[in-house]
Design a protein around this ligand. Structure first.
Ligand SMILES: [Zn+2]
Length: 170
């Protein structure tokens, strides 16, 4: 592969590197380029088609089936998180939380697909994760990550007219 992306992919953080190695994933140019897409916009979510378009735009020649397998493998080893986009009948991918962070609820805007991590989740919300891990442990399973996502429309996407109705009427 002679084509190089115009910009070097972002450095892979050590904890992601560890998970890649544990899963036996080699750090190929394609892997780094795909990770670079997500690391460049940690709030972003990408469908397979969007990831393919971005990589192609950056000059990376990647086969769509190869990209599919790569995204799936990155999701399987916990580097990416995969969730269904019901409207578009497709999968969307985003960076997964580091396991030590515990439960960080995410809010995803269905209009612009930006993700907001609600790191200021309350104590009871965080306790939900602990309770779920205990339940799993009782059954002999080993939980690694809890994902709580809320869907809706973000402040930037709610039409101004609709926002106005929330203000008290004079
Ligand atoms: Zn939005």
């Amino acid at each position: 592969m002679s084509a190089r992306p115009a910009t070097e992919p972002a450095a892979v953080p050590p904890e992601i590197q560890t998970r890649l190695e544990a899963a036996g994933l080699r750090r190929t140019l394609a892997t780094r380029a795909v990770l670079g897409l997500f690391l460049a916009s940690p709030q972003g979510t990408l469908s397979h088609a969007q990831a393919l378009a971005s990589l192609t735009a950056r000059g990376l020649d990647i086969n769509r089936v190869t990209l599919y397998r790569l995204l799936d493998r990155l999701a399987a080893c916990g580097v990416l998180q995969r969730h269904a986009d019901d409207g578009a009948r497709t999968w969307r991918f985003c960076l997964a939380d580091a396991p030590q962070e515990g439960l960080v609820p995410r809010f995803e805007c269905d209009a612009c697909h930006r993700q907001f991590r609600l790191t200021e989740a309350s104590e009871p919300t965080r306790a939900v994760a602990t309770d779920l891990y205990r339940t799993l442990a009782r059954l002999g399973h080993q939980g690694q990550r809890v994902d709580l996502s809320i869907h809706g429309t973000c402040a930037g996407c709610i039409p101004a007219a609709q926002r106005g109705t929330q203000e008290p009427l004079a």
